[in-house]
Design a binder for this molecule. Structure first.
Ligand code: MV4
Length: 449
């Protein structure tokens, strides 16, 4: 059993983990940078240690400082949250060497899923549908031309070390291929320190559908259905919902089953997510696996009435899952709006600063996951997430109506936020009709509509 967990993160997710620990009777250690001394995770944890300067590289991204803090405080385990070191296999290995449990899958699985070509190959081997293309890394331009003979156009070049939309290039004709290949290779080398690329058929305007998984150390793996994450801007999700309005129970079951099979086959442990692309004919294909708890996990928690962070901790302690797939029942609908400190009318420019007024919405079906409080100053050094506003309803329509009401109640003065953007978006005809895909926000202009 864990007696004490160190949370290697900040912001709302650090609070979320502290809440789960409190309910489990586990003591908590917060780590923080010099810029976060006034943060709620510092106040709510049982102990707090300052680990370095505001820049993440010297604090939240510094493995030695974090592990030293865990050793000094006698923490049994480290919860990495999302971002920062959450998917860093070397950090996970360092935890293991220091006899501290990293709350997540093994370093080997993190490494395997971090290499996008290896991840794809292992999923294919497990029977998960993958997008046709080069089997593994492209060894040369001529290898690329060979693959193109059977794939046709358009194709997409992806960096093996990329992910989350970084290091990709769409190629629509033979004459564009060589220059795109060379530029993608150079970009991958400088951005990720690894020039390796792979190629696949490009799917036009897919939906982004991801399956939530939970696996214990005893070979039990289950899924908690899907999240619809197609409303994105430059690979930043803005709205997520569960369930997706376009999945039938049969397709949900199929995608869930396939995801469980893929995760079980690699020996997955803990909370994880398999991302799929869903094409216009309802074919789905493996895209990536995220080996962490995700920002948008609350929408799944709402519709399955489950505490995923608590379960993540319990399985890390070696407990068996207390439920089987047949016990996991979808009920209702949940939508999450990410409220960011950004000026949505100026290209979503970050807009840090003091929250001179803050009033959080409430009432039936409303959940707000936030580290913000009145007069809190959003530091400029980290991501711009202020709050996750989650609306639950018996059906999608009730969730939308509650979200509209909650966005009206949500008052933030002092900085620009994405609240007005969300107010427009959830009233858009295409959103109401669930008629959107990953290209939606590049096609519509909410500034003019
Ligand atoms: C694709 C694709 C179309 N075809 N792969 C973007 C994030 C990265 N994980 C993979 N991405 C894509 N891969 C093929 N073969 C389209 C995207 C994509 C996308 C995917 C999910 C959500 C938003 C997106 C926005 C643009 C492109």
């Amino acid at each position: 059993m864990f007696k004490k967990i160190l949370i290697a993160n900040r912001g709302e997710i650090a609070l979320r983990v502290i809440r789960a620990c409190n309910e489990l009777g586990i003591a908590t250690v917060a780590v923080h940078s010099e810029a976060d001394s006034d943060s709620l995770h510092v106040r709510f944890a049982d102990e707090a240690i300052c680990i370095g300067p505001p820049a993440s590289s010297g604090s939240y991204l510094n493995p030695v400082r974090i592990i030293t803090a865990a050793e000094i405080t006698g923490a049994d385990a480290i919860h990495p949250g999302y971002g920062f070191l959450a998917e860093n296999p070397d950090f996970s290995e360092m935890c293991t060497s220091a006899r501290i449990k990293f709350i997540g899958p093994s370093a080997e699985v993190i490494r395997q899923m971090g290499d996008k070509a290896r991840a794809k190959a292992s999923m294919k081997a497990a029977g998960v549908p993958v997008i046709p293309g080069s089997e593994g890394v492209l060894t040369s331009i001529s290898h690329g031309y060979e693959v193109l003979e059977s794939s046709g156009f358009p194709v997409i070049l992806k960096a093996v070390a990329g992910g989350g939309g970084r290091g990709m290039r769409v190629v629509r004709s033979l004459k564009e291929f060589e220059v795109n290949y060379q530029m993608a290779e150079a970009e991958a080398a400088s951005a990720f320190g690894n020039p390796d690329l792979y190629l696949e058929k490009y799917i036009e305007n897919p939906r982004h559908i991801e399956i939530q998984l939970m696996a214990d150390q005893h070979g039990n793996t289950v899924h908690f259905g899907e999240r619809e994450c197609s409303i994105q801007r430059r690979h930043q999700k803005l709205i997520e919902e569960a369930p997706s309005a376009v999945l039938t129970p049969e397709l949900r079951e199929k995608m869930g089953q396939v995801a469980v099979q893929g995760a079980a086959n690699v020996g997955y442990e803990g909370a994880g997510t398999i991302e799929f692309l869903l094409d216009q004919n309802n074919n789905f294909y493996f895209m990536e696996m995220n080996t962490r708890i995700q920002v948008e996990h609350p929408v799944t928690e709402m519709v399955y009435n489950q505490d995923l962070v608590k379960d993540q901790i319990l399985v890390a302690m070696g407990e068996k899952l207390r439920y089987r797939q047949k016990d996991i029942v979808l009920r209702g609908h949940a939508i999450e709006c990410r409220i960011n400190a950004e000026d949505w009318e100026k290209n979503f420019m970050p807009n840090p600063g003091e929250l001179k007024t803050l009033h959080l919405p409430g009432g039936p079906g409303i959940r707000v996951d936030t580290h913000a409080y009145q007069h809190y100053r959003i530091p400029p050094f980290y991501d711009s997430l202020i709050a996750k506003l989650i609306a639950y309803g018996r059906d999608r329509n009730e969730a939308i109506e509650r979200m509209k009401r909650a966005l009206e109640e949500f008052i933030i003065e002092g900085i620009k936020t994405t609240i007005p953007f969300h107010q427009k978006l959830i009233r858009h005809k295409n959103f109401i009709e669930a008629d959107f895909d990953t290209g939606f926000l590049t096609r519509v202009n909410l500034l003019e509509d």
